[in-house]
Structures are given as C-alpha cells and as structure tokens.
Design a protein around this ligand. Structure first.
Ligand code: HEC
Ligand code: HEC
Ligand code: HEC
Ligand code: HEC
Length: 449
C-alpha cells in the first residue's frame, strides 16, 4: 500500500505537468511550490560547485537584491495600482525576477524579509525545467516550464540517481536567455533587448551564443559523482555587477590634429572607441539606468586641469547624449504620491561629456528610469558589438595656458545607476559605483608663436 502511494506520488507531477505548453502570462498560477526543487537540494551534496557559483550570480538575487526590492515595491507596485495602463507589472515583474512565485500565482510575493520561496529568484530548477518558448520571439518570460523529475540538460550520457536528464539543445541557445533578457513594456516598446541586439549583431552570425561569454566551458565535473569532461559549462553569469567584466570592454585611443599649438588657438582631439568585448550593445539590459560616458581632460605643464567638452554632431535628440545640468525622471511622482515634482538631476556628472546611452521616454516625453512606463525612446547612442565610434573635442586654448608639454587624457566610465537617483530613492551607494572601463592619453607641445 505504502509503496503504491509513493509511486503514485512520484508519478502524479509527471502525468499532470509533462504536457505544459503555456508560457508568459498564461503560465500564471499553473503550478504549486512543491513542483519546484529548492536550489539547496541540487547543491548541497551533488552540484556543490555550481551551487557556490549560483549563490554569487545576480540571478540568485533578482528578487532579494535591495535595488530590485526598492524599484518593485516603492515604484512598480504603487504605480500599477494607480495607473491602469501599467497595472500588469504588479504581477509581471515576477515572471522574470521570481519565476516560481509567478507560476504558482503567489503575486505579488511577500517582501524578501519574510523569506518566502520568491527569494530563490532564478534558481537551478527554474532554468533546468525550461523546455522551450511560446511563439517566434523570446521575450516577457514566454519560456515553457515543465517541472518534475525530468531535468533539461545538454548531454546524452548523463546518469543521475535522483533525476532523469533530457538532452535539450535549447539550453545552449541565446533564445533561452532571451525569454527573460528581452522585455516589452505595456506601451509595446522594447525596454530590454539584449537578445535582439545580439541577433542583429555579428556574433549571432558566427554562432557565438550568450553561453559562450557568460558560461565559459572548461575541464572539470558538473557534480561530485559526475564524469570528468573537457568542456563543463561554468555558471558565472558575470555582467554589470562584475567590474572585471566591464573593464576593457571598449578600447580607447585619442590623437591630436597637430603636434604643437599656440595659446589662444584651437586644437582638435579625436577619440576612437572600439567595442571589442560585448556580444550586444554596451550598455545593454537595464539600459534605462546605465551610464557610459567619455571624459577628456587636458593637463598643462604646471598640472592645471582643463575639462574639454565634446563637439556636437547635430543629430536629433543629441541633447540626451551630452551630460547637462537638467532635471528628469519626473514620472516617479505618480508612484511616490508627490505633487508638482520637479524631478531629479539627470546625470550627476560634469557637463559636456558624451554619454553612450538610449534615453527612455515616458508618455509625456520626459526621461524615465521606470522602464515599464516607456512610451518612446531618444536616439540609441550605445556602442554596438564590434562597432567603433569617433568623438571629437575641439579646444580653444586659453591665452594663459602654460607653455610646454600638454597631456590630454580620455577616460571611459561606467555606472549602473546615476548617483542622483541613488540618493533620491535611498538605494545602497554601491549601485552608483563608478568603474573605469578604459583610458588613453596623448601629448602635444604648447609653443610661443
Ligand atoms: C527566468 C528568467 C531568466 C533567464 C532564463 C535568464 N536570465 Fe539572466 N537574469 C534574469 C534576471 C531577472 C536578472 C537580473 C538580476 C538582477 O536583479 O540584477 C538577470 C541577470 C543576468 C546577468 C547579470 C547582469 C548583472 O547585472 O550583473 C547576466 C550576465 C545574465 N542574466 C545572463 C543570462 C544568460 C547568459 C542567460 C541564458 C543562458 C540568462 N541570463 C537566462 C533572468 C533570467
Ligand atoms: C539562468 C539559468 C541557469 C541557472 C540559474 C542554472 N543553470 Fe545550469 N545550465 C544552464 C545552461 C544554459 C546550461 C548549458 C550551458 C551550455 O550549453 O553551454 C547549464 C548547464 C548545467 C549543467 C551541465 C553542465 C555541463 O557542462 O555538463 C548542470 C549539471 C547544471 N547546469 C546544473 C545547475 C545547477 C545545480 C544549478 C543551481 C545551483 C544551475 N545549473 C543553475 C542554465 C542555468
Ligand atoms: C562576445 C561575448 C558576449 C556575448 C556573446 C554576450 N555577452 Fe553579455 N556581456 C558581455 C560583456 C563583456 C559584458 C560586460 C559589459 C556590459 O555590461 O555590456 C556583458 C554584459 C551583459 C549583461 C549586463 C548588461 C548591463 O549593462 O547591465 C547582461 C544582462 C548580458 N551580458 C546578457 C547577455 C545575453 C542574454 C546574451 C545573449 C543574447 C549575451 N549577454 C551575449 C559579453 C558577451
Ligand atoms: C522579461 C523579463 C523581465 C521583466 C518582466 C522585468 N525584469 Fe527586471 N530585469 C530583467 C533582467 C534580465 C535584468 C538584468 C538586466 C541587466 O543586468 O542589465 C533585470 C534587472 C532589473 C533590475 C536591476 C537593475 C540593475 O541596476 O542591475 C531591477 C531593479 C529590475 N529589473 C526591476 C524590475 C521591475 C520593477 C520590473 C517590473 C516593472 C521588472 N524588473 C520586470 C528581466 C525582467
């Protein structure tokens, strides 16, 4: 009797769920928490190494990470409750940030402090039960989940004492990642498009997948009892939160248009920026809040520093790509319940620097970091994969500049979230950490005429 019950118990989840073909919003509430295994179960005695890697990746924290909690509970949820157009995000954010809770219908989930299973974020069993996706384009959590004893893997010859492993080539494809790394807002705009950027860029044509750069392969084992193999997929998933992944992404060179210059005359410097490392645009992902900017300074022979301003190119919407002392992000007034809110300083960096970004615009045409409230965009001035951009800085030397050697230094900086927003919303300061992507310097001689 007991044995029969146990066998039935093991079979029921298989019978009931093996046929799931729903994804995206249709998958809300179709499962129970018990259908999904906890990451500790995968990681405590078998996949110990991947478990240790998982605990460090952002995807194990996408529900609990403080900035995620602030943006969801302080902005998205109240916004959804006040404006019907964006009502869907109250539940929808969880389709990617707390997928199990979404598929169980526990939305909004309890706050992270209550320790619910939403805190598992994107766990082993979220990814390893995905069998495919709905439709032609992966986006808005349209993955199809089939939890149970069958785990989706990438090999034919895997033996596990606790699960059946199915070889599913979908896991090795960029589309798998695209189900969460492309996002369409309620206004129909692509507010996250890492997979689409990859698809139109050079790497997709060469067959280089997301996994090649974010899950590099090397010799080892994937579980304590597993076979030694030459090409085990490491679960690094390093990205915006890894300064080492950011550094060197873009290579810089600066050169002058003359070897010497006289005080009171003009000289022009050209900076070439080559995106050598990313498989998508830089910045990508949460581009509504990412800042990448080029700062050029001249240092005269006495050590005096002059900040050079970038030459305007004259394209439409260029003002969004040059740092200035303007206010933005006024649409936060709705969720925060403010009236006559003037906004927050837009960039928080010295004026006149080139910013490589795409401005997200709310329905009233103002810049927003609430990606779900994006009705249109400014120009896309990010640096594409293997793209090179040229920026020039024409400088009229002051009459009193020191004679002698003049050093001109170009630095490219990266910041996840502008400092004025961090301060305004009380986000931990490390989200506004400034990382130097690269630098280069050149020299000219300041001479008497
Ligand atoms: C079930 C949804 C889901 C799937 C599938 C998924 N991701 Fe993610 N990923 C997320 C979410 C949500 C975050 C945001 C974490 C956070 O809150 O900062 C993220 C973060 C990341 C980051 C970290 C970026 C940073 O800010 O440091 C990388 C890198 C990444 N994912 C790569 C991938 C790759 C490569 C794949 C495919 C092999 C993939 N992801 C599949 C949901 C997913
Ligand atoms: C964001 C999704 C994601 C998460 C989370 C994730 N994996 Fe994976 N895993 C993958 C993908 C994708 C591959 C295949 C990569 C490839 O084809 O290069 C993979 C491969 C594997 C493999 C086979 C490795 C090999 O080279 O044979 C094992 C085993 C595995 N994962 C276990 C785990 C465990 C255990 C966890 C949790 C501690 C986990 N994974 C978390 C996406 C994920
Ligand atoms: C050729 C290597 C390469 C490929 C292919 C690649 N990436 Fe990246 N990715 C990088 C590098 C380098 C960074 C760090 C610089 C940056 O943030 O863009 C990065 C950053 C990221 C980030 C953080 C972006 C941000 O600014 O917040 C995410 C998320 C991400 N990748 C996901 C993906 C996904 C999903 C794919 C496949 C569709 C993919 N990557 C393909 C190299 C690659
Ligand atoms: C389609 C999947 C998807 C949906 C829906 C989604 N996100 Fe995300 N979110 C992601 C991914 C993927 C990243 C990581 C991108 C990156 O690293 O640049 C991310 C990153 C973030 C971050 C971290 C940004 C940072 O600085 O690293 C926050 C905060 C966030 N999302 C909040 C939300 C909120 C609030 C909602 C609902 C309004 C939401 N997300 C809806 C996939 C999604």
């Amino acid at each position: 009797m007991k044995v029969v019950t146990i066998i039935l118990f093991l079979l029921i989840p298989l019978v009931v769920h093996s046929q799931n073909t729903k994804g995206g919003e249709d998958a809300k509430g179709i499962f129970k928490y018990e259908d999904f295994q906890k990451p500790q179960e995968c990681g405590s005695s078998c996949h110990t190494d991947f478990y240790a890697q998982w605990k460090q990746m952002m995807m194990s924290k996408c529900y609990t990470h403080e900035w995620d909690e602030i943006e969801y509970f302080k902005l998205a949820v109240p916004h959804a409750e006040k404006e019907s157009k964006v009502a869907g995000v109250k539940e929808g954010c969880n389709g990617c940030h707390a997928p199990i809770s979404f598929m169980v219908g526990d939305v909004p989930p309890p706050k992270p402090e209550f320790g619910s299973r939403a805190n598992e974020s994107v766990s082993c069993d979220v990814c390893h039960t995905i069998t495919g996706f709905v439709g032609d384009t992966p986006y808005n959590f349209n993955y199809i989940s089939n939890p149970g004893r069958i785990k989706q893997g990438i090999r034919e010859d895997t033996e596990s004492p606790v699960h059946i492993t199915k070889n599913n080539s979908f896991l090795s494809k960029a589309e798998f990642c695209g189900t969460c790394h492309n996002e369409k807002s309620p206004f129909g705009t692509w507010v996250k498009s890492t997979h689409l950027e990859w698809k139109e860029g050079p790497y997709s044509k060469e067959g280089v997948q997301c996994q090649n750069c974010h899950m590099p392969r090397t010799a080892g084992v994937s579980s304590l009892m597993g076979k030694q193999r030459s090409d085990i997929a490491q679960h690094l998933f390093h990205g915006a939160h890894d300064p080492g992944k950011i550094r060197g992404t873009v290579e810089l060179r600066i050169h002058p248009d003359a070897d010497d210059v006289v005080p009171g005359e003009e000289i022009k410097f050209t900076v070439a920026l080559f995106n050598a490392k990313t498989g998508h645009k830089f910045p990508s992902g949460s581009a509504e809040e990412r800042m990448v900017w080029l700062q050029v300074e001249a240092i005269d022979s006495k050590g005096k520093v002059y900040h050079l301003k970038v030459d305007k190119k004259g394209f439409e919407g260029e003002e969004y790509t040059i740092s200035s002392n303007t206010l933005a992000y006024q649409d936060m007034e709705v969720p925060l319940g403010l009236t006559d809110f003037k906004g927050v300083q837009r960039d928080g960096i010295p004026e006149g620097n080139r910013i490589f970004r795409m401005a997200y615009l709310d329905p009233k045409g103002r810049m927003t970091i609430q990606q779900w409230n994006t009705a249109s965009f400014g120009p896309d001035y990010r640096i594409g994969p293997r793209e090179t951009k040229l920026e020039t800085f024409t400088w009229l030397l002051p009459d009193d500049v020191e004679l002698g050697k003049l050093k001109v230094r170009a630095v490219l900086y990266y910041q996840k979230l502008p400092m004025p927003i961090v301060e305004f919303l009380g986000v931990p300061k490390e989200e506004a950490e400034i990382i130097e992507v690269n630098n280069h310097e050149t020299f000219v001689e300041v001479v008497d005429d």
